[in-house]
Design a binder for this molecule. Structure first.
Ligand SMILES: Cc1ncc(COP(=O)(O)O)c(C=O)c1O
Length: 303
């Protein structure tokens, strides 16, 4: 054991699970709060440079975390702070982790109000830094995956009416599908807006029979070969965990920006961002509908 006193400051991660989470990080990381006192006693002896508590209640996709879990986790952290105090530590950091929904339209207001309320009650001290580790919150809605239907199968008299084949894959960009994360998919252009939606499966490009990017049966309007399909809120844990399995390359990334955001950025950033790196427009859908100057047919594109 290396004494880290002058090298690092340590944080004790406790486990407190959100039962509604898609990914239960507590299965792998974190000590049960009831074991914290014993661990701290050992730490006191080995290395007294523990400065606080962290937790991550779990990572959900598509919905905000269970507010009771945040409530309970902060109270559990308070108990650990008090136990640490009894042992002679002076904790100054509380890290409340991530798990905040980053989908389009999601806000932090409700979850922030609960967290602030519990913090006010249980951590009134002003010398404690409270930090969070938002991941998907920042990036999920920033990316939309766009792929083209290149093949179609029409099934009659069966539970599934249509199968569409695309060049995107669970391996090159949609690994979350394997973990049962549902994605919202909509055609860029709905040719017949009032037409009936049909039970459909959308397949990925690889030879793998689990490469079913719709996850399950989804209801889509009739699509035709060459139609573009948008897969929303794909910014988190997508191309960062991708591979070119089966020879399918990772999707191209196009930075899409509104004109006024561009002006704002160029005013704020010292080094001007090269204009040619961006696609300009009011909205991705509008750009695709009007311009349709996507780089090439049958190429998967991120916006
Ligand atoms: C330690 C830690 N902090 C923060 C995050 C971000 O979580 P989220 O994307 O749910 O906000 C993760 C995700 O796995 C994590 O492991």
């Amino acid at each position: 054991m290396i004494r880290t006193t002058n090298l690092f400051r340590l944080v004790l991660r406790i486990r407190y699970d959100d039962p509604t989470a898609t990914f239960h990080l507590g299965e792998k990381f974190g000590a049960y709060p009831e074991d914290a006192k014993q661990l701290l006693a050992v730490a006191r002896y080995l290395d007294p440079n523990v400065i606080g508590v962290s937790f991550h209640i779990g990572s959900s996709r598509g919905h905000n975390p269970d507010l009771n879990a945040f409530h309970g986790a902060i109270i559990a952290a308070r108990t650990v702070f008090d136990e640490a105090d009894d042992l002679g530590f002076h904790f100054t950091l509380l890290d409340i982790g991530g798990g905040f929904c980053g989908n389009k339209g999601a806000t932090l207001y409700e979850v922030g109000a609960v967290i602030n309320d519990v913090l006010d009650r249980y951590f009134p001290e002003t010398n404690i830094d409270v930090i969070a580790e938002p991941g998907q919150y920042y990036v999920n809605s920033a990316f939309t995956l766009i792929t083209q239907v290149h093949t179609k199968k029409v099934l009659n008299g069966q539970e599934i009416a249509r199968m569409y084949f695309t060049d995107v894959s669970v391996y090159n960009s949609m690994i979350d599908v394997v973990f049962k994360v549902p994605f919202d998919m909509t055609p860029v252009k709905n040719r017949k807006p009032n037409s009936r939606k049909l039970p459909s499966i959308v397949w990925g490009a690889t030879c793998c029979s689990n490469d079913k990017i719709s996850g399950d049966i989804i209801y889509l309007p009739e699509l035709y070969i060459g139609d573009w399909l948008m897969i929303h809120d794909i910014g988190a844990y997508s191309i960062s965990i991708s591979s070119d399995f089966n020879g399918f390359p990772l999707p191209n990334v196009h930075a899409f920006i509104r004109k006024d955001d561009w002006v704002y950025l160029t005013e704020k950033i010292e080094q001007p961002v090269p204009k040619e790196k961006f696609v300009f427009g009011d909205s991705t859908d509008k750009y695709l509908l009007t311009g349709l100057t996507l780089p090439s047919r049958y190429t998967t594109n991120y916006f």
